[in-house]
Structure formats: structure tokens, C-alpha cells
Design a protein around this ligand. Structure first.
Ligand code: CMX
Length: 435
């Protein structure tokens, strides 16, 4: 069987030849203009990055190498008797650009299981943090502690030819993906389960084993983890976690350093932390109403109060998307199949009917529709994972698949140090007014 690494290099050589040609023939072609407003407003709409793993359409949502989320759920290999895609298969797709067959995914599952050892000093480093530390802080700290294992950092220190960088990045990426579930599960069990840890089961798939180490043996939860790890993996290159990982990686920081940096961005409430904020927001609404299931009128009143207090409605809106996020829809379909009568899930669905028209009324919200974070927490609560501060760590483990596949591509394409130009407002004033 052709090794995944060799296959990746063949694909990369092909693409590098194409890019060389594009640059030779069209290197000075223009693909857009930049306005003053874009510079001040988060660079929205400026095409300034290349990311091979996925592409976002504002109205249709994300496509991974051309495949939409419904297509991935149908076409990616599954465990025997399962219905949700194996996230290892998505990693293969993002890396190689082709859908894997079952045998290829099993091979990758086996590679990840064999590389999952986490050295003791990583656990000791996490243990040194106070127990009330946020799980995302523990997670990034754990990843940084793992950096001792970087093969790229060692090879670079020893002195290697730049043509060899990509191979070390590939090894680091796979090793890190293999180790992350163990680090994340350790944090969960330390913080919430009295330090009672569960050893990995090397016979299980990557996400199934993660569920097992977290302490959830229900097959429904394992299926949820396979879906969750698939849909959170990538959202093209400009979002905060992907862009940060890429930016830091462009300084030739290794996979561990780059990924840890990306995770500190995912930990922000306007990005990945929104999934915990959604559940917090719903629970606070329920508490204020004295418990029970709020009516749509009560939800609407609570939404208006949230806005009047100068807060955002978590789980709604997006910097690029302009329709209901297909990742929200995938979770809704999962819930309709597995837990249609769950009370919290039904509140999420009522919130979905209530929030968009109210946000539309404001006249300034560009996307009133739910994003991925609006649904995920309610599914986790159903299976007993109620500790919502941990939710962003799950997002982070999944996001590793996309951003690390992208780092492999960055390195094999020899992408340079990223260094856009910045100006001062004084410079801008002079530029636009001439004085
Ligand atoms: N609730 C209230 N107001 C909102 C809003 C929401 N859900 N979404 C956008 N707005 C407001 C913005 O705060 C902004 O207001 P000001 O002009 O007063 O500053 C205005 O509408 C315009 O914003 P926008 O152009 O529509 O959205 P942005 O691209 O600036 O921001 C996002 C996108 C996601 C940060 C924003 O929609 C938001 O804060 N949503 C809630 C947090 C959330 O769910 N984040 C998760 C996103 C997905 C992920 O990365 O995981």
C-alpha cells in the first residue's frame, strides 16, 4: 500500500508545479481591491490567504475539498454499523484531496493509535495549574508542554535543508493529532471526575477512543463525537484559530507552538468559546424564568433583554456565512434522529425560530442565522457531558485536523513568513485627505 506520506508528497509536487505556473503567468494579476473600511473593520472580504483544505461559500457553507457536510456524512467511511463519518477520513481528504476508502481510514486510525503516547511531564504540567483554571488554558498549556516532542524543532536545531521541512511537519502533525484526545480527556477527568483517569483503548477509532477516555461508553455519544470531530475540523483559512495557526507557523514555529497559538484564539467568546456561552445563556434564561421550558414569547423577551444589555446573542451571526450554518443543520438532524424529545434540544430549536427575526430588526447584523455553536452544547448535555466550560476543548481537538493538515500544506508549498503591511491612522488621514 502506498504510504499516506508518500501520496501527500506526490499530490504536493503536482500542486507546486501548478502554482509555479500560475505565479509565472499571472503573478501580477489583480484579484481585488482594498477599501479603507476593510482595513479598519477586521479585513472582511479581503482575499489574502491560500488554504487548501476547505472553502467557505457565504450562502452554502463549508466544503471540504469540494464536499459539503451532507456529502461527507454520506460518503466518508464509518465504523461497522455506524452512521456518522470517521474524522480520520476527513483528515485524509483534507491532506490528500481524495476521499479515502475504509481500508485507508483504518490504516490512519491505527497510525494515530500507535502514536498516542503522552509523556508524563505533560500531565505534571497540567497538574501544576490550579483546578479552577479554564480547561482551554489547561489545553493550550498541555500542548505547549508537549512541544518537547517536536521532531521539526529538533531537526531544525540540528540544521536541515529547507526541502526537508515538510516531512518533519507531517510527522509532528500526525503525532499531535494522535496525542490530543489523551491530553483533553486528562483535563476533563482531572477537573471534573476526581482525577480518575481512563486508559486508551487502542482498538477503537480516534473519536470513539476519545469518548471512551472521557468516560462515555454510550454508542450514541461515540457517534456524536465522530460527527462533532468532523464538522468542527475546518472553516477555510481566515478564521481566528486557522489564521493564527498559519501565521505562527509561517515563522517556522513547529506544529505544537503554532497549534497552541491557534487554540488561544479559539478560546475567545466571539470564536470557539461561543459554544459554552450558548448553554450558559440558555441556563441563565431558564433560571430567570424559574426553570422549565420557556415559551417563544419568553425567549423573545430574553433575547431583547440580552441585546438591550449590550451583549451579543451567542451562537448567532457569522463573519462570512449568510445562511443557517450547515454544521448547525447536521447537529439538528442528529438530534431529530437520536433525541427528538430532549427538552434542552427543543429549547435550542425554539431559539432558532425566535432569534433571526429579532436580529434582522436591528438592521446591522449581517447574518441573523445560527452558527455551529448554537446547537452543540445541548447534544453534549443530553449524554451527560454537562460541564460546559469544557466544550471549547472538544472544538479544539477537532480543529487540529484542519489546521494541522493546512500546516503540512504550508510547509510543503514553502509558504513564506506572513507579514502584511500596517499603517497608522495618521498615515490613513494623510492618504485620504492629503493633509
Ligand atoms: N448578537 C448581537 N449582535 C450581533 C450578533 C449577535 N449574535 N452578531 C452580530 N452582531 C452585531 C455586531 O456585534 C455588530 O455590532 P456593532 O456594529 O454595534 O459592533 C453588528 O452586528 C455587525 O456585525 P456583523 O458584521 O454582522 O458580524 P461580525 O462579522 O462583526 O462578527 C461574529 C461575527 C460571529 C463575531 C458575531 O456575529 C457575534 O458576535 N456572534 C455571537 C458570538 C458567536 O456566536 N460566535 C461564534 C462564531 C462561530 C465560531 O467562530 O465558532
Amino acid at each position: 500500500m502506498v504510504q499516506i506520506k508518500d501520496k501527500f508528497k506526490v499530490k504536493a509536487d503536482e500542486l507546486n508545479a501548478t502554482v509555479k505556473e500560475i505565479l509565472k503567468e499571472h503573478g501580477s494579476d489583480k484579484i481585488g481591491e482594498v477599501t479603507v473600511a476593510q482595513v479598519y473593520q477586521g479585513m472582511r472580504g479581503i482575499t489574502g490567504l491560500v488554504s487548501e483544505t476547505s472553502l467557505l461559500d457565504a450562502n452554502e457553507g463549508i466544503r471540504f475539498r469540494g464536499y459539503s457536510i451532507p456529502e461527507l456524512r454520506e460518503k466518508l467511511p464509518k465504523v461497522n454499523g455506524g452512521a456518522e463519518p470517521l474524522p480520520e477520513g476527513l483528515f485524509y481528504l483534507m491532506l490528500i484531496g481524495e476521499l479515502p476508502d475504509t481500508e485507508q481510514v483504518q490504516e490512519l486510525s491505527g497510525i494515530l493509535a500507535r502514536r498516542s503516547h503522552v509523556p508524563n511531564h505533560v500531565f505534571a504540567t497540567i497538574d501544576a495549574l490550579p483546578i479552577n483554571t479554564h480547561p482551554m488554558t489547561m489545553f493550550t498549556t498541555g500542548v505547549l508542554a508537549l512541544q518537547t516532542e517536536s521532531l521539526f524543532a529538533k531537526a531544525y536545531a540540528d540544521g536541515i535543508n529547507k526541502k526537508e521541512y515538510w516531512g518533519y511537519m507531517y510527522e509532528d502533525a500526525l503525532n499531535l493529532i494522535a496525542r490530543l484526545p489523551r491530553v483533553a480527556a486528562y483535563i476533563y477527568r482531572r477537573k471534573y471526575k476526581n482525577n480518575y483517569h481512563i486508559q486508551p483503548n487502542g482498538m477503537l477509532d480516534w473519536a470513539g477512543n476519545f469518548a471512551h477516555m472521557l468516560g462515555y461508553e454510550d454508542e450514541g455519544f461515540k457517534e456524536l463525537m465522530r460527527l462533532y470531530m468532523t464538522i468542527h475540523a475546518d472553516h477555510e483559512g481566515g478564521n481566528v484559530s486557522a489564521h493564527t495557526t498559519h501565521l505562527v507557523g509561517s515563522a517556522l514555529s513547529d506544529a505544537y507552538l503554532s497549534f497552541a497559538a491557534g487554540m488561544t484564539g479559539l478560546a475567545g467568546p466571539l470564536h470557539g468559546l461561543a459554544n459554552q456561552e450558548v448553554i450558559k445563556w440558555i441556563l441563565a434564561m431558564q433560571q430567570e424564568l424559574g426553570g422549565g421550558t420557556p415559551t417563544k414569547e419568553q425567549i423573545a423577551a430574553y433575547v431583547r433583554k440580552t441585546l438591550a444589555d449590550g451583549k451579543v446573542v451567542p451562537g448567532y451571526g457569522h463573519a462570512v456565512l449568510r445562511k443557517t450554518d450547515p454544521r448547525f443543520t447536521a447537529q439538528m438532524e442528529f438530534a431529530k434522529k437520536h433525541l427528538p424529545d430532549d427538552a434542552l434540544v427543543n429549547i435550542v430549536w425554539n431559539v432558532y425560530e425566535t432569534v433571526p427575526p429579532i436580529l434582522q430588526e436591528l438592521g446591522k447584523v449581517k447574518n441573523p442565522w445560527p452558527n455551529v455553536d448554537a446547537h452543540s452544547g445541548a447534544l453534549l448535555v443530553h449524554y451527560g457531558l454537562v460541564e460546559y466550560e469544557f466544550y471549547t476543548v472538544l472544538f479544539g481537538v477537532s480543529r487540529a485536523l484542519g489546521v494541522l493538515a493546512s500546516l503540512c500544506w504550508d510547509r510543503v508549498m514553502g509558504q513564506p513568513l506572513e507579514r502584511p503591511k500596517s499603517v497608522t491612522s495618521e498615515w490613513m488621514q494623510l492618504f485620504v485627505t492629503g493633509k
